[in-house]
Design a protein around this ligand. Structure first.
Ligand code: ZDP
Length: 288
């Protein structure tokens, strides 16, 4: 299997191009071997596998598999890598804008090329955040009202969580000092809490100012990662809902920065950030 290793500020992926005649077979292999592909010791290494597929509503479709083999509806860092892959290989026919089918619907994105003519920054219209609990999905509270700073009990610890879907589920918590926060022990407890029937990504946020936050994440099916695009969007939505920041926020993630803008005009969340290609390779299957 031919693959391309890419990352968005350190959130790294094994990209598999399934556009050719052998696409359906490659997709099946990529899904079946997602755990091995993501394994940093026995495989290639990544926070997920991204499959590049032909679309129906748009020209291209993205599917994403987590390191535990589960499929995610959406992937914010992955879609920037996806866009760079298309642009750099001439699959956008010189255009700088395109729409991509995802589990969060048809998303429009815009590329800015660097001095080498290759894609450098990608601005993605991530669509409208979903706040209705049943659609996130979460059963943390009944009814249709958004869940804003609601108590989530984890034994002796009670978090205040704000629940947001950007296609995939997120639970956002505000903390004092995010660098010293025990993300690795609290994160998995939130991920697997019964209030989230499809599990959840979990973000821990320190507010610096009305336009700047520091972000750490525990990802569903992946664990602690250096960045999460959908998580950064969900975090800014949570900041606005809790009166912590304005709608345009610079998000400092462990692997770098993203600019997030929850537009008042159309209620869409816009994410701007880089994407990079690292190497190409060939996977030699030894697994049965
Ligand atoms: O929703 C999930 O199961 C996530 N682990 C998917 C990956 C999200 C990602 N980190 C992002 O950038 O949005 C890729």
């Amino acid at each position: 299997m031919h693959f391309t290793k890419m990352h968005g500020i350190g959130n790294d992926f094994v990209m598999v191009n399934c556009l050719g005649a052998d696409g359906p077979a490659l997709l099946a292999e990529a899904q079946k071997h997602a755990v091995l592909l993501c394994d940093r010791k026995f495989g290639v290494g990544g926070d997920g596998v991204i499959a590049l597929l032909p679309g129906q509503a748009g020209a291209f479709k993205m599917r994403m598999f987590n390191p535990d083999g589960s499929e995610a509806e959406m992937c914010g860092s992955g879609i920037r890598c996806f866009a760079k892959f298309l642009f750099d290989r001439g699959l956008m026919h010189g255009q700088s804008e395109i729409s991509v089918e995802t589990g969060a619907g048809l998303l429009h994105l815009q590329i800015t090329a660097g001095p080498d003519g290759k894609a450098e920054m990608v601005r993605v219209d991530m669509g409208e955040p979903v706040l209705k609990p049943s659609q996130i999905p979460t059963v943390l509270s009944e009814g249709d009202a958004p869940i804003i700073n609601a108590p989530l009990v984890l034994g002796d610890l009670t978090l205040g969580v704000t629940a947001v879907s950007m296609g995939n589920p997120h639970a956002v918590t505000f903390v004092g000092d995010v660098q010293s926060y025990p993300v690795e022990s609290v994160g998995p407890q939130v991920e697997h809490h019964p209030a989230f029937p499809r599990r959840t990504n979990t973000e821990f946020i320190q507010v610096v100012s009305g336009r700047e936050i520091i972000f750490r994440v525990w990802e569903r099916g992946a664990g602690a990662t250096l960045a999460c695009g959908t998580g950064a969007c969900a975090a800014v939505v949570a900041c606005v809902l809790n009166g912590k920041t304005g709608r345009e926020v610079l998000v400092h993630l462990p692997g770098g920065d993203l600019e997030i803008d929850w537009s008042e005009a159309d209620n869409h969340v816009y994410m701007t950030g880089p994407a990079a290609e690292v190497f190409e390779g060939e996977l030699l299957f030894s697994a049965p």
